[in-house]
Design a binder for this molecule. Structure first.
Ligand code: PEP
Ligand code: MN
Length: 284
């Protein structure tokens, strides 16, 4: 059951250089090879809310042995009245935390006009689920020359997701990492925020040499369901995970974005331990 994928000229030419089944083009972020021999975990807050919160989480992320921090300065929110992120102040906090901890930074860019500003701080640009088909944004992210973390739109088909990657690749940038974050399935209403599509991890690995991560946090929607999904995604051969984390003793009532799904440090450490057992067998 191969999907019909029209018009992937650049990616197809690039992929034809990887005809060796099993070859993954590692994408290097802050000295860490995503798609290399070991699963890579990226963790951090949903949103950068303050310097103290971000530094506390970064410290526990680093203590867990993780080398890449996630955290949004510009947040895509469903309702305009919700906290939209600290914006430029959030970027400054991320830059300061990087100086302090040495962690590399993944952060979302929402607007094509902001790519340059976000890329000045980010080691990798995150394109969010809602933005996967914002084609001017994909083009600008491609032009930035930075590695791009391309989350799947929650209703996007595999072809649409690959088409989005082609927009980035057309700008000469094939440092693309896919990230499955759960798809909207009406049958899951009431118990899950989204359904983590484990099937698609294998499909991406079989069709492309690009790495693929899974984000169990936005599928689970609850911190106590993140760990089983994280293990399942690694078993399904994901090259790593993007996870939301909170600091120890966090008062969730005070968090302004995705308060329920950030995992505490002990759970993060267990997931890292599980990932250290090594990669799942290559499915190709
Ligand atoms: C996020 O990573 O915090 C986020 C907003 O994710 P998504 O785009 O997958 O909803
Ligand atoms: Mn979030």
């Amino acid at each position: 059951m191969e999907p019909t994928i029209p018009d992937l000229g650049i990616l197809r030419r690039f992929w034809s250089g990887f005809e060796d089944a099993g070859t993954t083009q590692a994408v290097v972020v802050g000295g860490v090879a995503i798609g290399g021999a070991d699963p890579v975990i990226i963790a951090g807050p949903c949103a950068v809310e303050s310097y103290e919160q971000t530094l506390a989480i970064a410290t526990s992320v680093r203590r867990a042995g993780i080398r890449i921090l996630r955290g949004g300065a510009f947040k895509p929110r469903t309702y305009p009245g919700s906290f939209q992120g600290l914006g430029d102040e959030g970027l400054e906090i991320l830059a300061a935390v990087r100086r302090e901890t040495g962690l590399a930074i993944v952060t979302e860019v929402l607007d094509p006009r902001l790519v340059e500003r976000v890329a000045a701080v980010a080691d990798m640009l995150q394109i969010g689920s809602r933005s996967m088909q914002n084609t001017p944004l994909l083009t600008e992210a491609g032009r930035s020359g930075k590695p791009v973390l391309l989350k799947r739109g929650w209703s996007a088909t595999l072809s649409e997701w690959l088409g989005a990657a082609e927009y980035v690749a057309r700008e000469g940038n094939t440092q693309i990492v896919f990230c499955e974050r759960g798809i909207r399935v009406p049958a899951a209403e009431g118990y899950a925020r989204a359904v983590l599509d484990l099937n698609v991890i294998h499909a991406i690995r079989a069709l492309t040499p690009l790495p693929v991560l899974a984000d169990p946090s936005h599928a689970a929607g609850r911190w106590d369901r993140v760990e089983p999904l994280a293990r399942a995604a690694l078993a399904a051969s994901a090259h790593g995970l993007l996870i939301e984390a909170v600091a120890a003793d966090t008062d969730r009532a005070l968090l302004r974005s995705d308060a329920e799904q950030g995992i505490p440090p002990d759970v993060l450490e267990r997931i890292v331990g599980f990932a250290r057992r090594g990669p799942a067998p290559d499915p190709r």
